[in-house]
Design a protein around this ligand. Structure first.
Ligand SMILES: NC(=O)c1ccc[n+]([C@@H]2O[C@H](COP(=O)([O-])OP(=O)(O)OC[C@H]3O[C@@H](n4cnc5c(N)ncnc54)[C@H](O)[C@@H]3O)[C@@H](O)[C@H]2O)c1
Length: 406
């Protein structure tokens, strides 16, 4: 049977753009049953070195310096949006207007208002979406979600989530777009805490109210002379410029049904490299997962055993998606594999018209949590998280969810 050809365009060829590109390329190998023949048609980036890499390293057919030219390329059916945050709104709205489904990186907009605009455009033009909430796709997190929804932990009472990183811990690190409020939005809140909000949503349900404190601990950084990729490879000058957004946040959150959660996040801690942890507690058990050991799930079910306490379980073929990547327990998946799962969900959504991947609406909800936390940090009071409209996926457990597909 002939597979449907899907032409891909990637906008922004830094860390995430390269990872999206690699993920599309791996679909044929990891998801051979996916009814799509994926072609890397074009990449857009203003930097010549990135355009060269798009062709010579990643296998794109052609490149553009202006993303608008990519959007008008008739061979492009779907678009990955991997440029800096401040461009997401304009690029995503134009992509939706062009009738092309898009896979966009988080945070979706630099504010909840921008995220709403993006989500509304996707709904208006009837295009499916995917958002880079990759931690959802870890087999251990999917297994934890199954246990929670099967009632194995009893009634969920509370969750603790922390995302503590060191990528900005050196004061000599470059003043990239990430530290500029107009270009990035809220600092570590959009960058890391939004992942935490999505994990809490995915495992425990929607956050309804928050109170928060924030801090900026490294107020100035050297101005870059030459761009790198992601956090690495930048050249800097001796001149310092101001950091305009948050290095740290601590959030106390209320969810429906009396569930309480804390989310703490920092980009400037020395020690943990990328310690992204979620613990979920119920009346009959609990789970704990740490991204630094992403192939492990700590589980405690019941309280009557002589050996009550966490059992460390290695991901195995009973964990969703694990067998796609590894033949047996003890062999490990990595960060890039989560993006392949995300790519598969996105393409499956494009083929079927059913939203499987984390959606623009899910990203709006995370953005509303970020905005409510910023507002709370400013005035010291609790803030309600504004409700969102659109195809939320975080609380869907039915035969239409991705679990029955990819
Ligand atoms: N899901 C995750 O875990 C994760 C991890 C890292 C970054 N991100 C997100 O991915 C996005 C990109 O981050 P990154 O680390 O790849 O950044 P990066 O700085 O490495 O790459 C950004 C790229 O966008 C390009 N660009 C700038 N202006 C452009 C324009 N007008 N048109 C097209 N391209 C343009 C830059 O030249 C650069 O190549 C951000 O939204 C970030 O928050 C997500």
């Amino acid at each position: 049977m002939t597979k449907r050809t899907i032409g891909v365009g990637v906008i922004g060829l830094g860390w995430m753009g390269r990872l999206h590109s690699r993920s599309y390329r791996k679909l044929q190998e990891y998801y051979p049953d996916l009814d799509a023949d994926i072609q890397l048609v074009a990449a857009a980036d203003p930097l010549e070195s990135n355009r060269d890499a798009a062709v010579s390293q990643l296998g794109f057919e052609r490149v553009y310096s202006d993303y608008k030219d990519l959007l008008s390329d008739p061979d492009i059916d779907v678009v990955s949006i991997c440029c800096p945050n401040f461009l997401h709104r304009d690029v995503a709205v134009a992509t939706a207007q062009a009738g092309k489904p898009f896979w966009i990186e988080k945070p979706m907009g630099v504010s909840a208002a921008q995220s709403q605009e993006i989500s509304a455009a996707a709904q208006r033009h009837n295009v499916v979406t995917a958002v880079g909430f990759n931690y959802r796709h870890t087999p251990a997190i999917e297994k934890a979600r199954q246990l929670i929804h099967e009632g194995k932990l009893g009634r969920i009472t509370n969750a603790r989530c922390w995302l503590i990183a060191d990528y900005a811990s050196s004061p000599t690190g470059p003043l990239t777009w990430r530290y500029n409020r107009e270009q990035a939005g809220a600092g570590v809140l959009g960058d890391l805490m939004s992942h935490g909000a999505d994990l809490v949503h995915y495992l425990c349900g929607a956050i309804t109210d928050v109170t928060a404190v924030t801090g900026t601990f490294i107020p100035k950084r050297p101005i870059p002379l030459k761009a790198g990729v992601g956090h690495e490879g930048w050249q800097v000058s001796d001149e310092l410029g101001p950091v305009e957004n948050e290095d740290y946040v601590a959030v106390l959150a209320r969810l429906n049904d009396g569930v309480i959660a804390t989310i703490e996040s920092s980009r400037v801690c020395v020690g943990p490299r990328a310690e992204y942890v979620i613990e979920v507690y119920g009346t009959d058990g609990s789970i704990r997962w740490n991204f630094e050991r992403l192939n492990e799930l700590e589980v405690c079910l019941g309280r009557d055993s002589e050996f009550q306490g966490y059992t460390r379980v290695m991901a195995n073929s009973h964990f969703p998606a694990f067998s796609v990547f590894q033949p047996s327990a003890g062999t490990s998946m990595g960060f890039d594999d989560m993006k392949v799962v995300e790519a598969a969900q996105f393409i499956e959504s494009v083929l079927s018209g059913i939203q499987y991947a984390p959606s623009a609406a899910d990203a709006c909800l995370a953005a509303e949590v970020v905005d409510a936390a910023v507002a709370s940090a400013e005035d010291g009071t609790w803030h309600a998280v504004a409700p969102v409209t659109g195809p939320l996926t975080f609380d869907r457990i039915d035969e239409d969810t991705k679990e029955s597909h990819v």
